[in-house]
Design a binder for this molecule. Structure first.
Ligand SMILES: NC(=O)c1ccc[n+]([C@@H]2O[C@H](COP(=O)([O-])OP(=O)(O)OC[C@H]3O[C@@H](n4cnc5c(N)ncnc54)[C@H](OP(=O)(O)O)[C@@H]3O)[C@@H](O)[C@H]2O)c1
Length: 321
């Protein structure tokens, strides 16, 4: 089968088209004929080497949509030909076929209607993450105010809408440019601020009370309301780790919490599935819109990575396989 792989870490140019054997579905797994693969910042970091070197050839891609092509042993509830969205904890989505754990294969025929393959190409990593960050890590409660960084991106745009569906009262976002602020308005933000000076603006917008929730960046701790939570789930700027003093958490009634989908997939896979299914229902019901802004051919994966690494992407970028 045809796939996109890399044999060394580096810039987008290390991604190249390769011919590899079609994988087999093992016990508890499904083989999917990929229709669309979502492009995610995690795959940029994978290529750059943040998660280690390739061994010996890595095929990136943590989410895809397509049809079930084969079932491994001990798989129930799915049939060959079913349309699914799959979360791929070990990558492999930038390919004609991918193998996924069956528990991370989300049926697209839901009780509320069928989700199309194009939309579904950008959901299986994004939705469990956005839902898990808000409902799990941040313990979002009705009436909370939420601040979401990278507000116009894949996870950010879904998170804004899920936060609203979970009862958030006010939803703020930060973005890297004014174009993105304009674009992000379609996701229902109450206000979207420039990333560089969000601290002062958020304090003003909330009458000095601050906001709760919101992923990334330790500076966000500064704008928390009493008992607010920063849910930290990414580091797109790739800064070195920090040693954080704990006393300011006590002195200011702050909490810092984390979300990592890889850890959830290993230690709480049923919870990941629950979060994914709950968020997919919101898509099927029309409460959450996955905004596919760009569809490139599989062979143009390097181009998609280049734009994302430079922070020029908005919404969801897909590769059409
Ligand atoms: N923990 C988990 O389990 C998990 C799972 C999925 C994704 N994530 C994380 O969630 C975040 C969003 O992922 P995504 O795939 O949806 O990507 P995305 O938001 O569609 O794209 C990445 C965005 O990050 C922002 N950014 C901030 N600083 C940047 C920098 N120095 N260089 C490049 N971009 C920068 C840019 O938006 P602005 O210019 O608007 O700031 C850029 O558009 C990423 O940090 C990713 O690693 C974590």
């Amino acid at each position: 089968m045809r796939a996109i792989g890399f044999e060394e870490n580096g810039g987008p140019e290390v991604l190249r088209t390769v011919e590899v054997p079609t994988p087999d579905a093992g016990p508890g797994e499904v083989l999917v004929r990929v229709a669309y693969a979502g492009v995610n910042y995690a795959e940029v970091q994978h290529r750059l080497g943040d998660f280690g070197p390739p061994d010996p050839l890595d095929i990136p891609g943590m989410e895809a949509s397509g049809h079930v092509a084969a079932l491994g042993e001990n798989v129930s509830g799915l049939a060959v030909g079913d349309p699914v969205a799959v979360y791929l904890p070990d990558g492999g989505g930038y390919a004609e076929y991918a193998v996924a754990p069956a528990r991370f294969a989300f049926p697209l025929r839901t009780s509320l209607g069928e989700i199309d393959l194009r939309t579904a190409g950008g959901v299986a990593l994004v939705l469990p993450t956005a839902y898990g960050v808000l409902a799990g890590a941040a313990r979002l409660r009705p009436g909370d105010s939420v601040l979401i960084h990278a507000a116009a991106g894949g996870v950010g745009s879904a998170a804004a809408q899920i936060a609203r569906a979970l009862g958030a009262d006010t939803v703020y976002g930060t973005v890297g440019s004014s174009d993105k602020a304009e674009y992000a308005k379609r996701f229902g933000y109450d206000a979207v601020f420039p990333r560089e000076d969000f601290l002062g603006v958020v304090r003003d917008a909330t009458g000095g009370r601050g906001a709760v929730g919101g992923p990334t960046r330790l500076a966000s701790l500064e704008v928390l309301a009493p008992f607010g939570r920063v849910a930290f789930y990414g580091e797109a700027a790739r800064h070195p780790d920090l040693n954080l003093p704990l006393l300011p958490l006590w002195k200011n009634n702050r909490a810092l919490t984390g979300y990592n989908i890889g850890d959830v997939s290993r230690r709480a896979p049923d919870l990941l599935r629950t979060h994914g299914l709950a968020a997919l229902e919101l898509v099927a019901s029309g409460s959450v819109h996955i905004d596919v802004t760009d569809i490139l051919p599989l062979a143009a994966a390097a181009q998609a990575h280049e734009r994302m690494q430079a922070g020029r992407n908005v919404g969801k970028t897909l590769l059409a396989v």
